[in-house]
Structures are given as structure tokens and as C-alpha cells.
Design a protein around this ligand. Sequence first.
Ligand code: UT7
Length: 336
Amino acid sequence: MALTFTTPNSHSRILSVGAYRPSRIIPNSEIVDRIDSSDEWIRERSGIESRRFAGPDESVISMALAASKQAISRSGLSVSDIDAVIVATITYPFQTPSAATELIMKLGNPKAAAFDISAACAGFCYGVGMAADLIRSGTATNVLVVGVEKLSDFTDPDDRGTAFIFADGAGAVVIGKSESAGIGPMIWGSDAESRDAILMTPSWIDLKAPGSVGWPDISMQGQTVFRWAVYQMAPVALKALDVAGLTPETLAAFIPHQANMRIIDAMAKSMKLPESVAIARDVRVSGNTSAASVPIAMDALLAERPDLHGKSALIIGFGAGLVYAAQAIELPQAPK
Ligand code: UT7
């Protein structure tokens, strides 16, 4: 016999966003000596002027907790209304149990479904797409999606290719049901033949070998990733707009992964975004926070431009894998 059920929600939307930025601000001048670089070079090549590094008292969980509490409070819901938690991260220092279970336990709702996503800088957008589908199918009612990283734990401060780029922070959104379309179809995928372009090595197994020393740090073929992002990601972003019934002319905001200012500018140019589109450029003061960068940038853009609450935006994440995901969204309404 065929299954008989109805899908209760035709749409979902982002109800609120929250963010946590570690208190320690690190200007380029604090990084340059160890990597034989200069403030000028870093600004010119990446657009980064400063970034935040978490201190010993700021962990993946404490940052995720702060961002989540802010997002939940702004949503007008309570923690008990959240029935699923998705955490996107590559820097939670335990393989299992998940960061999501530690987070939901500390939030005070240990019965919600909880799991982590390993999709690096695309992880938050993967999570938004999954949350939207969980709600539309009736599997979940309100989903907390968190992007959080403490990349300073897994970056070699002497590596010229990564030490000035990566940073720490957390962002979170609450996604719930909606009368109208608030999250467009996700355009996602991989270019896994280039998975060597960003690696975290050595593996835990290598480190277990007797006499081995070291630590898993991220290494990156910067130019390979740069070219991929500049040439391959603009078409993905345009497709995500198109399937949601939007065009560059009707879009209000563009919130790409904050990898590098030159990538952001090249994408905007290639997409032919008109002047009217507000572009998130939080990388300047936050660096590249991988899975956390899109929600942190969303929070910063809405603080700077409150008129964008409730307007359309295109979000896109891309990174290690290589993997990517993009969707058009309606930005959350202003908190009451
Ligand atoms: O979030 C995940 C996704 N990640 C990204 O999207 C990052 C993508 N990649 C990038 O953003 C850029 O590749 C970087 C910002 C990492 C590097 O910029 P680049 O313009 O690609 O630099 P490059 O590696 O091509 O190096 C250019 C020059 C070289 O010198 P020569 O050979 O031209 O004399 C490097 O040796 O700059 C030199 N260089 C540096 N100089 C000062 C490389 N790193 C540094 C440094 N400081 N830190």
C-alpha cells in the first residue's frame, strides 16, 4: 500500500541571525614577522586588515553557544522550540560525540536532533539547505544552524599561505516555517578531483605512530583555490538566483563566503551585480572564518544596513573538498 501523509509546510525562512566575535583583535602587524610578510601585502592580496583569534577561554562550543543564544533570543522562540541542531565546523577537536550534541546540551534542550556537517567553508550553506528541506518535509519545526570555527587551533602561525587568512568566530540562524518562500533551492556540489587543494594533515592515525610529533594543520594551494572560486563560483551563484526567480537587478544583498576581498569583488563583477546590491565585505575585519563566515557577515551587514531586514540575499559558501553550496534567501525580519 502507498504511504499516505501530507507535507505540512510548503516554505521555510530564516527567522533570526546571531554572531559571536572573539574579543582579541589581531592586526596584520601581529602576524607579519613570523611569515616574512607586510601589512601592505596582506591588505592588497586579501583585503584583510585585522581578524579575531579566540583566547584560551573561548572554545568552539562557547562561541557557538553565544551566537546561538543571540539568534534564539532574536527569533522570539525559546530553546525548547528548537527540535534540530546542525553545526557546521571543521575545528571541533573531537570526532565524536558531535559539537551539536554538546551545544544543545549546554543550551538546555538535550532531546533535540543534533549532528555536525564537515563541508568546511560551504558547511553553513549546506546546513541552511538541509534545514529548509527538513522543515518543508515536516521532519523538523525549528532548526538551529550554526557555523563555528576556531581555526587558530589548526593553523600553523609560520605558514605564509594560511597564517594571515584564517580566523575564529561563530554565527547562527534559526530557521522555521513560513507562509511565503524564504529559502530558495540549494545549488550545491563538489569538485572533489581538487580535494588536495586544501588539506588538514597529518591524520590522527599518522600522529598515533610511535615517536611521531606534529599536529593537524590546514595547508592550502592558494592560487588553485583562488582561480576555482573566481571562475567557478559566479555561475553557481547566478544559478541559485535563477532557480529562486531572482536576477542581479532584483537582488538586495550578496553575502558570499568571506575568503578574500579580491574573490568577492571578482564574483560581483562576473555576476554583473548592479550598484544597488549591498555586498558583505566583513573579511576586512574578521578574516576567513570558514563555516562561520556567512552568518557572521550576515549579522554585520544587517547591523550596518537595518533596512535590509526582510529583503532578498544570495548566500554562497565554497572551500575544502572542494565543495560549494548557494541559495537565495529572504533576510530575517528585524528582531522585535
Ligand atoms: O576559505 C577556503 C577557501 N580559500 C580561499 O578561497 C583562499 C583562496 N586563495 C587566496 O585567497 C590567495 O591565493 C592568497 C591570499 C592565499 C594568496 O594570494 P596570491 O595572490 O594567490 O599569492 P601567491 O601565492 O600567488 O603568491 C604571490 C607572491 C609570491 O611571490 P613571487 O613568487 O611572486 O615572488 C609569494 O612568494 O607573494 C608571495 N607570498 C607572500 N608574500 C608576503 C606568498 N605568501 C606571502 C605572504 N606575505 N604571506
